[in-house]
Write a protein that binds this ligand. Structure first.
Ligand code: FAD
Length: 317
């Protein structure tokens, strides 16, 4: 949050991005290979996603389905420590309600605090694939606003066991997620925004948005948030479309629309190299417009290879 305030004072737009921990069994050097070139643009912080266990199915030779619960991308906290070491940058680990009891959360926050990590993005997480709706842990949080509340308490030195209340207060800056095109479970955008306000009222310092491809959706969302009394910074999240598969995968996974012009151009592209170029051009235009509007931070979703994010940043930052 301190970085955002500084950028606002200097009337500057900062470049930030999100990375995923590597798939289990892969090396951290793959991550470094993607981050190293992006450090030229001096990101003040790097977000590191958190991936809870998933249900996966395998077809056995006898035709039956085998069900397993696996964590494909562990390592969020380790990567944060590695980023601090290698780049002297502030990592922002994502912290979920899903899979965590309140005590697990407290212990995770203590680990981060000991490492010197002072920023977290507080999220609910999605339900497991075999669940219709999100199911909290026994004694876990149901909504991200409750997780924000627990972090705020720890920032005051209040632990779950009251007898432990002492001076060891943490100092976390807290980000939360916002959805310009509405969270998929919310009955309407206005209801979703009133729930977003609960997170801010609970103590969130800033909002990072879900990816979007149409800036007018972001600007309208910001207006609605301001009218609803949400006054914290709202950082836009951009993702350059990179493959034809994204045409169906992004709307399915992130519940966002692609403008006709972009969707048509991707459909007509002769190969994925052309799609990647179209994605870079589209996201560059989006970022230019957001920068011109004086947005203090633009956040990029990298999801793997970063050459396209590099091309956008080279043009703008
Ligand atoms: P919440 O803010 O808790 O909202 C969830 C739903 O509940 C919304 O529909 C909201 O309107 C509603 N709601 C909230 N409060 C109330 C209430 N009191 N009463 C009734 N309804 C309410 N997922 C991961 O697993 N790992 C990640 O690293 C990750 N990173 C993300 C980063 C960003 C920037 C974004 C935008 C999303 C990320 N996600 C990640 C996905 C996120 O976990 C899902 O979108 C999840 O479904 C919702 O999380 P949330 O924190 O927005 O939930």
């Amino acid at each position: 949050n301190q970085h955002i305030e500084e950028a606002q004072k200097k009337d500057k737009t900062l470049f930030t991005f999100e990375i995923l921990p590597p798939l289990k069994g892969q090396t951290i050097h793959d991550i470094y290979g993607n981050i190293d070139p992006l450090m030229e643009f001096k990101p003040p912080f790097i977000n590191v996603t958190y991936h809870r266990e998933q249900v996966v199915y395998k077809r056995l030779s006898n035709g039956l389905l085998e069900q397993k619960v696996v964590r494909k991308r562990p390592g969020t906290v380790g990567i944060c420590a590695a980023l601090m070491n290698r780049y002297q940058v502030d990592p922002v680990p994502h912290l979920l309600c899903g899979g965590f009891s309140k005590e697990d959360t407290e212990n995770a926050l203590i680990d981060l605090h000991f490492l010197g990590v002072e920023n977290v993005l507080a999220l609910r997480g999605d339900g497991m694939q075999d669940q219709m709706y999100f199911v909290p842990e026994a004694d876990g949080h149901t909504y991200a606003s409750e997780l924000v509340g627990q972090i705020v308490k720890m920032n005051k030195g209040e632990y779950l066991d009251e007898e432990l209340a002492n001076n060891a207060a943490t100092n976390f800056s807290i980000g939360v997620a916002g959805y310009p095109e509405k969270h998929f479970e919310a009955p309407s955008l206005n209801v979703d925004i009133s729930n977003l306000k609960r997170k801010v009222d609970a103590g969130a310092d800033y909002i990072v948005t879900q990816l979007f491809f149409d800036n007018s959706k972001y600007f309208e969302f910001v207006d609605k948030c301001r009218n609803a009394g949400i006054n914290v910074p709202i950082i836009p999240g951009l993702k350059p479309i990179a493959t034809k598969k994204h045409l169906s995968m992004l709307p399915h996974r992130f519940h966002v629309d692609l403008p006709d012009e972009l969707a048509m151009a991707v459909m007509q592209a002769k190969d994925n190299a052309t799609v990647r170029q179209i994605g870079v051009e589209w996201a560059t235009q989006q970022a230019k417009e957001l920068k011109a509007a004086g947005i203090p931070v633009i956040h990029f979703y990298s999801m793997g290879k970063s050459d396209n994010i590099y091309a956008i940043a080279k043009e703008l930052f």
